[in-house]
Ligand binder design. Sequence first.
Ligand SMILES: [Zn+2]
Ligand SMILES: [Zn+2]
Length: 284
Amino acid sequence: MELSKSFVDVWITYFGNGSLLQPLWDSLRLNYKDYLRSPLFPVALTVSSYFVFCIPFLACDIMGEMWAWIQQFKIQPSRRPTASSVLHCASVTLFNHMFLVLPASVAQWVWRPPVDLPDQAPSLFELLSGVIGNLLLFDFQYYIWHLLHHKIRWLYVTFHAIHHQYSSPFALATQCLSGWELITVGFWTTLNPIILKSHLLTTWAFMVFHVYVSIEDHCGYDFPWSTTHLFPCGFYGGPSKHDVHHQKPNTNFAPHFSHWDIIFGTHSGTSLNIKGRIHPQCGS
Ligand SMILES: [Zn+2]
Ligand SMILES: [Zn+2]
């Protein structure tokens, strides 16, 4: 009885109320209030996260066999990004940021009023469940979008083919996207936290984590610490499954989790055998 009571106390202290994140939230509000309230902050956060998260994966590609231990985790070891493919993706990304992200950011800055920062921080439970909830909602939206853009030839050729120029993806291929796809993804990542009434701290955590897992999906490496291995039974796709989508484009349409592909029969786990390392799938 005493044991269960203390467990409940600990759970409430660390997960169930805002006291754990309150000092962090208070410090952010007191010291960076003007930046955090700006409609430009989420854009600056996601754009800077994108380039920072790409750097370590790019370094692995550039160092190649000089980092032999890292290379054992390469999903397609015989296929490495060339300088021209990296430059092509960098130029597409730069073009999209100059002509889409920047004008959209300026428009938000002009027309959207600064947001109010609530006094209360979210509890750790609210933050974690909010991030997972936002990921699940995005996963469903993008699954439908992605399926349609593969099944309808005009949509594929016009909007999605550019992302499939590389059958062996690498970090910078993440945002090698058409303007329409980038706008759609940006719209959902902005709208979903509003639909789910997420706290601002949860919203920002989701945005940064979403950028990370999107890059990880394309990084070309299946590290032991990758998100693929976070959940049992292959419930979370991660880099190994999205790599299969780039090799076999009519499979694995969901960007993050596996359940929609399993339900609709589009799931393929064949690259789960990477250099002889079989990843266990429940029931298979
Ligand atoms: Zn992709
Ligand atoms: Zn695709």
